[in-house]
Design a protein around this ligand. Structure first.
Ligand code: FAD
Length: 497
């Protein structure tokens, strides 16, 4: 078996071009050819516009300048997600990319907060989060490295998926990636190993490869249509199976956050870009028709659509193996979790980093593929649990979809976490958890779930001092927010609005 020298990527959506740029950079100076084949006739999914902070690391790793990225992708900044109507109708909470407060005398801040909150002597936890308050005030500035605890936060971006893929395409091609515009019509396998050997294109040409990255989207051309890898269906936990996407003009309103609005049978996103808002409704077709979903979506939009509505069907879940034989599935071909916490592009990034760490020298390496599949499955399951939590804790009583979500059984991993928080106030995580304490806390507090336990140290502390400490924190945050520029001013300075 010969060493891997040629990498072939099928698909030129976000996943395909992220893979091309990433591997071109990582294999610079190596005898590795990278070819990407895509069919513009088939096109890309074209949504996927909100990210999490690790996107900054992806760009930095490639050496891409933030300002250039903002200018080329219609990007805006994202401090977190505003969850509207999730606990009960007409309630809201914010999931920021930041810690809530620092430890006070060795005890995490949230224990003090929960103690006072249970007695009605503290505000919602958002009051103690700088990014949540910045978001509410539509303010944005870059975090400062030397900032005080309360001023530490992280941020991500919203961007136009098509512009991002085009930008990365130019970047990857300058690093030597070969781009072929054609449709793959047939796939040939090696009769002995079952590995994919050759792609036949609609222009009659053939592409041979040692290792293939399947970025063909929901179709999963190599990993499923040809290798029949199988899929774990998670719809019993996450029943939404459709999305309706409908962009509109924004009339100058560019908030620095994504809005997730709970609706009749799912939820609606609003993602602000420089030139438009992305909107969409993720719903369960069991509870609402496409026409009803469209009517509800447009009712919540305050500007004219800039394109026709598009219905996207999906089955939530993940491929049995991301890596099977000499094919690695990336992006939508590897599985799908609804975009409630903008985790798909993050998973593309994680999968790329994991594959590079365990990159095979020859096409078949069961030890490496087993390891990679296990790591990625665990990552996905942890993200899945966090998304399920949003539905499970709802109190939208009397609405069929939401009643069913509340009543559905949970994965053990999630019920254990909820019980641990309820009983001890603690949130444990390891390095495979993307969502850590602040994120789980934002959810628990947003859904009014407080721990039943108080650490004795808190009970022995003078309550007036704790109240003062929290008050000072809240005041300090308000002072910082007042001084910051508006988000649209920040974007105008960094882009060409
Ligand atoms: P696609 O964009 O579908 O690209 C598939 C590529 O394969 C295309 O280039 C196509 O031409 C090519 N192809 C297919 N068949 C062939 C063939 N036979 N020959 C040649 N080429 C072929 N993610 C986030 O992180 N944040 C979000 O906010 C977010 N929102 C989303 C909202 C919705 C409704 C959906 C469905 C997804 C969302 N995602 C989001 C996920 C995100 O869109 C995807 O993870 C990301 O775009 C990657 O898509 P992809 O590249 O795998 O597939």
């Amino acid at each position: 078996m010969h060493a891997i020298k040629s990498l072939v990527i099928v698909g030129g959506g976000t996943a395909g071009w992220m893979a091309a740029a990433f591997f071109a950079k990582r294999f610079t100076g190596c005898a590795m050819t990278i070819t990407l084949v895509e069919s513009t006739e088939i096109g890309t999914i074209g949504v996927g516009e909100a990210t999490v902070p690790s996107m900054k690391m992806f760009l930095a790793d490639l050496g891409i300048d933030e300002r250039e990225f903002i200018q080329n992708t219609q990007a805006t900044c994202k401090l977190g997600i505003d969850f509207n109507g999730w606990w009960q109708q007409d309630t809201a909470f914010f999931h920021p990319f930041a810690m809530f407060g620092a430890k006070i005398a060795h005890i995490p801040f949230h224990h003090y907060w929960a103690y006072l909150r249970a007695q009605g002597q503290a505000g919602p936890i958002d009051d103690y989060s700088l990014p949540a308050q910045m978001a509410r005030a539509n303010k944005f500035a870059l975090p400062k490295d030397e900032a005080l605890d309360i001023a530490r936060f992280n941020y991500a971006y919203h961007f136009d998926a098509g512009s991002f893929a085009n930008y990365l395409s130019r970047f990857a091609q300058t690093l030597g990636v070969k781009h072929i515009e054609a449709r793959v019509t047939h796939v040939l396998k090696n009769a002995d190993t079952g590995n994919i050997s050759t792609l036949i294109l609609n222009n009659g040409k053939e592409i041979e490869g040692d290792f293939f990255i399947d970025c063909s989207g929901f179709r999963a051309l190599l990993i499923e249509e040809n290798l029949h890898t199988g899929y774990q269906d998670w719809s019993h936990w996450l029943p939404c199976d459709r999305a309706l996407a409908l962009p509109c003009a924004h009339q100058g309103y560019i908030p620095p956050y994504t809005r997730a609005l709970a609706c009749t049978a799912g939820w609606q996103w609003r993602i602000p870009l420089q030139h438009r808002h992305g909107n969409g409704y993720v719903y369960s077709s069991h509870y609402i028709s496409d026409d009803q979903a469209l009517a509800e979506l447009t009712q919540h939009m305050h500007a004219k659509p800039t394109a026709d509505p598009r219905v996207i069907r999906f089955t939530t879940g993940m491929r049995n193996k991301c890596w099977n034989k000499n094919v690695f599935a990336l992006g939508l071909s590897s599985g799908f979790l609804e975009p409630l916490e903008s985790t798909s592009i993050y998973m593309v990034q994680t999968a790329l980093a994991t594959l590079f760490t365990y990159f095979p020298t020859t096409a078949d390496n069961i030890a490496l593929s087993t390891k990679v599949n296990k790591i990625l499955a665990e990552h996905n399951e942890k993200l899945r649990d966090f998304i399920i939590l949003h539905y499970h804790l709802n109190q939208r009583i009397g609405m069929d979809f939401w009643d069913a979500c509340r009543a559905a059984p949970l994965p053990d991993s999630l019920s254990n976490r909820i019980e641990e928080f309820r009983a001890t106030g603690n949130i444990r995580f390891n390095d495979l958890d993307f969502f850590q304490i602040s994120s789980w806390l934002a959810m628990f507090s947003g859904f009014q779930l407080l721990p039943q336990y108080q650490h004795p140290k808190i009970l022995h502390t003078n309550k007036t001092l704790i109240i003062q400490e929290l008050q000072q924190m809240r005041n300090a945050i308000q002072r910082v927010v007042r001084e910051l520029p508006e988000h649209h001013q920040f974007i105008a300075k960094n882009a060409s609005l």
